[in-house]
Design a protein around this ligand. Sequence first.
Ligand code: NAD
Length: 485
Amino acid sequence: MLSLPESHILVGGRWVASSTGATLDVYDPATSERIASVGSAGPEDVDRAVREAAAAQYEWARTSPSDRGRVLREWAALVARDSETLAETEARDVGKPLSDARRNVWIAHDMLVYFAGMADKVTGSTLPSRLESSFGFTLAEPHGVCALVTAWNVPALLMMAEAAPALAAGNALVIKPSETAPLVVLALAALAVEAGLPGGLISVLTGYGAEAGSPLVRHPMVDHVSFVGSTATGRAVMRDAAESLVPVKLELGGKSPNIVFADADLDNAVPLLADSILENSGQNCNAGSRLLVHADIAEEVTARLAAQFDSVKIGHWHEDLDLGPVATAAQRLKIERHVEQALAHGARLVTGGGRPDGGHYERGFFVTPVLLDRVTSDMAIVQNEVFGPVLTVQSFHDTAEAVDLANSTQFGLQTGIWTRDVSRAMRVVREVRSGQVSVNESSNVGVIGLPFNVTKASGFNSGGGYTAMREYTSEKAVSMRLSSW
Ligand code: NAD
């Protein structure tokens, strides 16, 4: 486990006490034990961090892109050096099995390497003019100070998907991580400073949304806002950002369907369908929380999934089993209420939904994975993001019905298609309203360069991948006339 200075925040690359004097305790969700206490930032800290960022960004934007890339590569080397400690920190903070956290830290590392390589590849265009003596060109320029407000579920990866392209493009960054799991974000930022990133370029303001997040989004010197979190908070963030009219990028909630056709290879599909809702205890924005299965195989797939759910081993992060607790007591209560309400409206509990027995689980926020069928599209459990290990099952008879069911929520994040028929897969790829689609696999996150696209109430403006440098720059259009033509 990482040792961080107690009760501090990171402002302009330096550990300082927060101006509020308040602290924020961080807990292990498997034991309810306090594992750290960090500073709780307020508006004064926001102001200081943003001003330091603005001052440092001017030089950083004028640093050669190759040198910016070099600093990011050095940062990546330190992430690799400390990967095990970083993984333990994320695992304990969120409650996830250690190998899940290891994978996330290495994805964060690989993103950093990817964007270090992009720093010197940001280009503009040259365009012809109507006038022979003129031409036009574009310059891609950093925004300035970027604010990043993030969620707690995959904190290292969420931070790096934004921090790496933002810094590579020449921006400065002020981060407000989630109050639920901020530790790995602080640790990663401290490594950036150790790697030689000029201090003013990175601040991590641990604290609450109202006291640190909202003042950051509303700060008049912030030039770009990136938010990862729930759809409800995303709306508030967008309202706040409207005051200063800055570009906003939102990555919000999901209710992602997996559509399983009758010809699917079930030996491949069933374990991956289970993983897509059990990974991180179902607390992933792209969790496959809705199973849409052809009526001919619905009974078989439901039975196979129930067996898979029943065999899941539940434990603490260091035991590295299949499933950890959910992140907070409130999160578990929300899950249990959703399931109770669904049952009251006629859903059938195929399996799960209890709290595991025994002293080992007593003080943690554990739930056994839930499989529900006989649900309908008008039920809250089908429409709302539950953010827990809860899978609903609906059946369909033809492709059109499958697409209608897939598109029947407000969200548009990820859709999985499971079939051996390429033509049918391609038809569904085109017809689903979803930022991301995967065929015969449950998500796209293995492809570092692929954008993490979202649509509808899941947000907008592309994150990650090859489009991220575009998000973190603004294009200046220039026309030039040559006088001595
Ligand atoms: P949340 O919306 O409760 O909080 C997200 C962040 O916003 C936290 O740092 C919080 O302190 C801050 N915040 C709260 N109110 C604020 C305000 N008024 N102004 C500014 N900041 C404020 O979300 P959460 O519970 O931390 O995370 C879970 C949610 O995140 C889920 O909905 C999940 O789907 C979503 N998520 C989306 C993606 C994606 O890429 N689409 C990735 C991960 C998580």
